[in-house]
Design a protein around this ligand. Structure first.
Ligand code: HAM
Length: 429
């Protein structure tokens, strides 16, 4: 049996890196005062049709759809925003006294794409969504989250690219401009783009097939058609980014592959990556009409999502070590099988007092157990045998300095407390 195409298993070093990044992201979200949300991996297909957009590649070509046993059309989520919006509405967060509502999430997403470096069929996103505020400062806050996370991880060569897709007024005007521009060139466009021409001409600019055509390069830019409100909003976002000392480039080519965006859109790219066209580390923007489209409540939103796989890949390219070496505070060794229960109860006590601890479950001899402690990079080793029980004291070895101590059993916690600095707080009451 093999894993499905475009998926991968996580274990060992990759597992430790994933947890390390996730811990960092979680801590960062505490600092930004965002709340954790989790929504189902599958939702009724209609949510994504309405949310992500009927004419997007994601909905037309890439969803994993299935009919459940109750004959309902379901889809594995291709992205996180639509589900969070559904949850925001269903749980009536728009009526919460705390506004704006700031949510963060992490989980697997599913797209039936052609797998390649940095592109998977099951991939993990960490993202945020903020509801209820039109303030350009919140756009800037959202952009600052991945920038700060990448900075904390030590990534150097990243670039924030930002654009505006304008409001409804802008879009109506721009739609006409685009249609007038592309009409004489319809024959040069691929079949998908011919269909997009009537339904959603903006999508033509995002076409992977026609991307290199000369007419694409010369197409009118939406930035030249922004309404007064949208221009003002965009300029304020840029000013706040300047105040926050976040560098960016205005990139009029950014259109985004999802239909819900209005006004600000942005991407962060890794300039050093070996991922080629998959070098977009994260992307997001504002969506002032999406909540209304999904559930009738007229609330603005803004958010972003970053791909975990691409982030890990770029960290590797840049040679950034996440300090994910294995580490254990204490490895407990029973002298023989007779002392197994003593070892287990001591291990339990250590764990409840906030230390990382493990013991032998393979009935190994002393020499193999010492080797095992080294493999786990254990700081201390505690040995329990006949003498230890008789004298009510444990043999404790510092596995780095090789120093040996005799410690009374009821003093072991305070002994270790003094010597192991960075252990968790006790989880005992
Ligand atoms: P997206 O641009 O489709 O946006 O995806 C965001 C990020 O997810 C990408 O920049 C990339 O790092 C990662 N990603 C996307 N597809 C794949 C794939 N097939 N394999 C590996 N990584 C991938 C969204 O999903 C929006 N929901 C972002 C958003 C949140 N906008 C507002 N709020």
């Amino acid at each position: 049996m093999q894993k499905p195409k475009g998926t991968y298993d996580v274990y060992g070093e990759l597992g430790r890196k994933t947890i390390c990044i996730l811990n960092l992201a979680r801590t960062l979200m505490d600092k930004y005062n965002y709340e954790y949300f989790r929504t189902p991996i599958f939702e009724p297909s209609e949510l994504f049709h309405r949310g992500v957009g009927e004419t997007t590649d994601i909905v037309t070509k890439e969803t994993y759809d299935f009919v459940d046993r109750g004959k309902r059309n379901m889809t594995l989520r291709p992205e996180g925003t639509a589900g969070i919006v559904r949850s925001y509405l269903e749980n009536k967060f728009y009526a919460s006294p705390v506004q704006p509502v700031k949510a963060w999430y992490y989980g697997p997403m599913y797209r039936y794409e052609q797998p390649q470096a940095g592109r998977f069929r099951e991939f993990y996103q960490f993202g945020v969504e903020v509801f209820g505020s039109f303030d350009p400062a919140i756009d800037a806050e959202v952009i600052s989250i991945p920038v700060n996370l990448y900075k904390m991880l030590g990534l150097k060569n990243i670039k924030v690219r930002i654009n505006s897709l304008g409001d409804t007024e802008t879009r109506l005007k721009y739609r006409e401009v685009l249609m007038n521009y592309f009409r004489p060139h319809l024959n040069e466009l691929c079949d998908d783009c011919k269909a997009r021409f009537e339904k959603n001409p903006l999508r033509i600019l995002d076409c992977k097939v026609d991307h290199n055509l000369e007419i694409m390069k010369n197409a009118p830019k939406i930035l030249d058609y922004l309404s007064e409100n949208s221009r003002k909003h965009f300029n304020e976002v840029l000013e706040i980014l300047d105040t926050m000392e976040i560098e960016y480039v205005v990139d009029p080519e950014i259109v985004r592959g999802l239909d819900y965006y209005t006004d600000t859109v942005f991407e962060v790219t890794a300039e050093s990556s070996k991922l080629g066209s998959q070098n977009t580390l994260c992307a997001g923007g504002r969506y002032n009409n999406l909540v209304k489209t999904i559930g009738g409540v007229d609330t603005p939103g803004v958010g972003f999502a970053l791909g975990m796989e691409r982030l890990i890949s770029v960290l590797e390219t840049e040679g950034i070590n996440l300090n994910t070496d294995q580490h254990l505070d204490i490895y407990v060794i029973p002298m023989d099988e007779n002392y197994k229960k003593n070892a287990i109860s001591l291990t339990q006590l250590l764990r409840l007092n906030g230390f990382s601890a493990d013991t032998d479950y393979m009935n190994k001899n002393l020499k193999s157990n010492f080797k095992q402690a080294d493999r786990f990079n254990s700081e201390f080793i505690i040995i329990i045998g006949e003498n230890e029980i008789k004298n009510n004291e444990l043999t404790v070895k510092n596995n780095k300095t090789r120093e040996e101590f005799k410690v009374k059993i009821d003093e072991i916690i305070s002994f270790l407390d003094e010597r192991i600095e960075e252990h968790e707080e006790s989880i005992c009451e």
